[in-house]
Design a protein around this ligand. Sequence first.
Ligand code: FES
Length: 85
Amino acid sequence: MISAVARLLCHCLVVDEAEVRKAIRAGARTVDEVGERCEAGTGCGSCRAGIAILLEQHRRRAGSGGDAASLLSQLGLFRDGDGEG
Ligand code: FES
């Protein structure tokens, strides 16, 4: 049985996981760069963690070691202050 169901990663911009992986293979190295290439993550932002995971997977496969902390910092989840903005 062939599974042709694409996993929708970004619901706001209707971008599936394959499209995000394509952007990463084409050279996107940050969540924002993925957004520039395919718009994923440029709406509500709730999919940005998923994009960061795909970036990290790519880095690990590429053998560059990656820096999970820098990817997580792009998400803005751990800002100082009251959490607003
Ligand atoms: S689900 Fe991707 S920006 Fe909202």
